[in-house]
Design a protein. Structure first.
Length: 330
């Protein structure tokens, strides 16, 4: 593109430079603005750039000129997102279990683009994606989009649903048959995305992990189960169905039945090492916050799980068992 073509885009380059290179703590002088424009093969007079700044201000861009030592420094003040808001969004993306590590980094990179280069460096410093337990299903973003599409069009969806086995492999549930569900709501709970929908075959409301759906398609059939959802409380439903709190961190050894492989992967991540015990069971060593909620989770698994060590955790389970017997009797 020649000089004339570049001049036509001059005001856009002025805006881009100010957005990228300035913030409340950093400004640019008129000379620095002109030098930055020359990088784009644009040679502009001071009065021309003044006019561009005035035009951008009239358009609603918060460009502020501050005088320091007889020199004016220009910077962008108010932005669409404040730095604190962007930090909050970055925290949410990196903490979200249902977003893959790859997608987390891409989203955070896009969020950096909403800040100045200097603020973007602050966002990058707080990124801790590696090592977090993340889904490995890249299709989740398209699944969520298609579910919203189906809800908007008032139609069903169909998909395959998988579970993890002891070899950390995906196994299709329902003998590999399609699940045909009427989608009514999406719930984000316990760091996972869930679809809440109506299963006509079972004639009941059911929930499904979105990151465990494969080959999701939007169907043509109209949704069913509307009468169940007219007064449906999604928050109340989530509280009853899903639910681990802080406690003293300990290294706990658990012996579990092979059927609980998926449960372990869901809770502690796919990188958890499985130690085979016999053909029916395996052991894991996990660092957990030993709270009453964790102990309750173990108790809920019944005789499919056994705490091997430490003895202190075994003792706490005995105490809970004693409390329950005292409250409810033998």
């Amino acid at each position: 593109m020649g000089i004339r073509g570049n001049q036509r885009l001059r005001i856009l380059h002025v805006l881009e430079i100010l957005l990228r290179k300035t913030d409340d703590e950093h400004g640019l002088t008129m000379k620095e603005l002109r030098d930055a424009l020359k990088f784009h093969d644009i040679d502009a007079e001071r009065k021309t750039i003044y006019a561009d700044i005035e035009a951008l201000q009239s358009f609603g861009i918060d460009i502020i000129g501050v005088r320091q030592d007889n020199t004016y420094y220009y910077h962008v003040g108010g932005r669409e997102f404040e730095l604190a808001e962007l930090k909050l969004l970055v925290d949410s993306v990196q903490a979200a279990k249902f977003i893959t590590e790859k997608k987390s980094r891409l989203l955070i990179k896009k969020l950096e683009g909403l800040a100045s280069d200097y603020e973007g460096q602050q966002l990058q410093r707080q990124v801790y994606v590696a090592g977090r337990i993340k889904t490995s299903n890249e299709a989740i973003y398209y699944n969520v989009d298609r579910i919203h599409e189906a809800i908007g069009r008032n139609v069903k969806i169909r998909f395959h649903y998988f579970q993890w086995n002891v070899k950390k492999e995906q196994e299709l549930r329902h003998s590999g048959k399609w699940y045909c569900i009427s989608p009514w709501a999406l719930s984000w709970d316990d760091e996972n995305y869930y679809l809440v929908g109506y299963d006509k075959e079972a004639e009941e409301i059911r929930h499904y992990r979105v990151d465990k759906m494969l080959d999701l398609e939007v169907a043509r059939e109209k949704r069913e189960g509307g009468k169940y959802f007219r007064k449906f409380d999604i928050a109340g439903y989530a509280r009853k169905i899903f639910g681990m709190f802080d406690g003293e961190e300990e290294l706990v050894t658990l012996r579990l039945q092979n059927r609980l492989a998926g449960v372990v992967i869901d809770r502690f991540g796919r990188e958890t090492t499985f130690f085979p015990v016999d053909r029916d069971s395996f052991e894991v060593k996990v660092k957990v916050a030993v709270s009453r909620q964790f102990l309750g989770w173990l108790i809920a698994l019944g005789d499919w799980v056994e705490v091997v060590s430490p003895e202190s955790v075994v003792g706490k389970i005995r105490e809970i068992g004693k409390e329950l017997r005292q409250k409810y009797g033998e």
